[in-house]
Design a protein around this ligand. Structure first.
Ligand SMILES: NC(=O)c1ccc[n+]([C@@H]2O[C@H](COP(=O)([O-])OP(=O)(O)OC[C@H]3O[C@@H](n4cnc5c(N)ncnc54)[C@H](O)[C@@H]3O)[C@@H](O)[C@H]2O)c1
Ligand SMILES: O=c1ccn([C@@H]2O[C@H](COP(=O)(O)OP(=O)(O)O[C@H]3O[C@H](CO)[C@@H](O)[C@H](O)[C@H]3O)[C@@H](O)[C@H]2O)c(=O)[nH]1
Length: 345
């Protein structure tokens, strides 16, 4: 372990590079933009394009198309591009899918992460940033949820991510790399400059689905459950804007490269909105009154999940700049319109 090398076609210069797995996807593409905007030019994306898009990777950024579990490819990429840090976004991400296909999720999110971490550590990666999720808390007894609450995920997706968290912490202790595990709450919105957004055609995320309904791309919106123990009976979520989340990764990278300690941090704003509140905002901002159907609960959904959001500000000095549901929904609507035009071309 710990042997570094350099391939014949290295990125060059003294700077080390970041490997972003899943960088052609929604959140990963925003991290690539955040790194470029901050002047980190040495970024390499590894993505199998299963849910991502090659056009989401900015020009000039190297895209390696392949699987994170392909250890030969990972090793070659790390050595060739002098990678010292790994930001691991690649995963399957849909909670109800994980309930119907748990083995697929444990393979994609746990087994493949094990393979990636092994290859990365062997090739000399020093720092790991891992995309975890609020789903590791399950149905929390305390809201807002602090990081040290007992972890009791209630769906295979959350368990697949929690196992990876444990694996990364154990491997870091044994092999001497440092890590930041970021537990995202509900990620939404788009790059305010319109360079990227949530582009998966069959995405299941509430704000995406609601904006598609508002723009006439879906017949209606189904609300999954109105009998929860919440103020209006629908589920409460803490929606974090995607560029704010990307900025959290950037400061996490700076922290680790400066020799900072390993951390596990919530990424949210600390305030919950109900499904019905979100729908109202989408209707108001779009000016469209689409059909909303009240449906039974969806399997695997916790009633409410809101971040205790102080630790990341304290430890990383992270300051959100887009904590505003109206702005998040407006960005999502603008991105959906952009995609609509793009698809008609
Ligand atoms: N979107 C959210 O609200 C949310 C919340 C919490 C955590 N997360 C986590 O954030 C990360 C990114 O999610 P996203 O919303 O950007 O999803 P996404 O589907 O847009 O991005 C995932 C990317 O990973 C790629 N990928 C998947 N499996 C791969 C593999 N085996 N090898 C190489 N590439 C692979 C896909 O092609 C895609 O580009 C995931 O780890 C997810 O669990 C997302
Ligand atoms: O058409 C829809 C879509 C969603 N919802 C509800 O809206 C809420 C949010 O759902 P969704 O946007 O699908 O996100 P979550 O299931 O909360 O999961 C997201 O947020 C988690 C962190 O909280 C991440 O781990 C997951 O990857 C990410 O998909 C839930 O109550 C859903 O039941 C609806 O009522 N109708």
């Amino acid at each position: 372990m710990g042997v570094r090398g350099r391939g014949e076609n290295g990125t060059g210069g003294g700077d080390m590079a970041v490997l972003v797995t899943g960088g052609a996807g929604y959140i990963g593409s925003h991290m690539v933009l955040a790194l470029l905007d901050a002047g980190h030019e040495e970024v390499v994306v590894l993505d199998d394009l299963s849910t991502g898009f090659d056009w989401a990777v900015p020009e000039g950024v190297k895209l390696v198309v392949g699987d994170v579990a392909d250890q030969a490819l990972v090793t070659q990429t790390i050595l060739q591009h002098r990678i010292d840090a790994l930001a691991h976004f690649a995963a399957r991400i849909v909670v109800p899918d994980s309930v119907s296909d748990p083995l697929g999720y444990y393979l994609a999110n746990t087994v493949k992460t094990r393979s990636l971490i092994e290859a990365s550590v062997r090739a000399g990666v020093r720092h790991v940033i891992f995309s975890s999720t609020a789903a590791v808390y399950g149905e929390p007894e305390v809201v807002p949820v602090p990081e040290d609450l007992p972890l009791k995920p209630i769906n295979p997706y959350g368990r697949s991510k929690l196992m990876s968290e444990w694996m990364i912490a154990d491997a870091a202790a044994a092999h001497g790399f440092s890590y930041v595990i970021l537990r995202y709450f509900n990620v939404a919105g788009a790059d305010p400059a319109g360079r990227s957004g949530q582009s998966t055609p069959n995405a299941t995320h509430l704000i995406k689905v609601a904006t598609q309904a508002a723009l006439g791309q879906r017949e209606r919106l189904d609300v999954f459950g109105t009998d929860y123990a919440t103020p209006d009976g629908s589920c409460l979520r803490d929606y974090i804007q995607v560029s704010d989340l990307a900025a959290a990764h950037r400061v996490a990278l700076d922290h680790l490269r400066a020799g900072g300690e390993s951390l596990t941090l919530n990424c949210g704003y600390g305030r919950g909105y109900s499904v019905l509140e979100v729908i109202d905002v989408v209707k108001r901002l779009s000016g469209r009154d689409f059909e909303v159907r009240l449906c039974p609960r969806r399997p695997g959904d916790p009633a409410q999940i809101v971040a205790e959001a102080a630790l990341i500000r304290d430890r990383l000095g992270w300051k959100p700049r887009h904590d505003d549901l109206d702005a998040i929904v407006a960005q999502a609507l603008a991105w959906e319109q952009h995609l609509g035009k793009r698809n008609r071309l």
